[in-house]
Design a binder for this molecule. Sequence first.
Ligand code: PAF
Length: 276
Amino acid sequence: MKVLHTIAELREFRKQAGRVIFVPTMGNLHEGHLSLIHLAQQHGDSVIVSIFVNRLQFGIGEDFERYPRTLAQDCAKLETVGTAAVFAPAEDELYPHPQQYCIEPPAIADELCGKFRPGHFRGVTTVVSKLFNIVQPDVAIFGKKDYQQYFVLRDMVLDLNMPIDIIGAETGRAEDGLALSSRNAYLTPTERAEAPRIYRHLSQLHDAISGGARDFEPRCALVANDLTQHGWKVDYVEVRDAHTLGMPTLQSTRLVALIAAKLGNTRLIDNIEIEL
Ligand code: PAF
């Protein structure tokens, strides 16, 4: 496995890499990421993983500084699953000067997480476009845990005619249902025991809606209320149309229930898709 730090090294490697499957990450890799690599291997010749904590997508007061940076451990894990190359640029390799041209996502990026993290998706679309230009992958894989991110990036590739297939990977979960996330490392033992409540609520919403319930708003309000009573600070509990991320309509054929809430200092997000 090659560990590459410069754009020039990556471009040189790319020349002989064949069909490239790209998995962009911010590092601190867990089982969920490794399952993305396994999925990636089914789609091409070389899996390239990027590890870069992207300042542009963090707001003021968010966890950019304390985001865990664990490159040596990440590379050791990636080596065991047959990764062809890791691209781990320093910050001034990707941003030698303040980024001047940015990819402005559409209004849907200002809803859900975007409402609570202004500018977040603009930072994501901009860095992912830069990484796409550098890596020139045939396929890129994003976890569906970050459902809105997956949606926005899939839409960006279509809208900007980027010749890249986007694959959404199912969310990896701990045995108690908690979605695997690098931010779980911030949770205290008490918070970790409480954290699966989100997934329990999502599963109940899934079952109720699959069973015919259409009173989305009051159900979501009850969930938000229960989370608040258990010490969470809720950003949103919503049911959306999975194809548009807009509000469900009578024509919706697939929905997604999404939750974002803070437990102590840790913001967790999760979602569940619901076929109608
Ligand atoms: O999901 C992430 O880890 C990041 O948002 C991404 C896609 C690597 C962009 O920095």
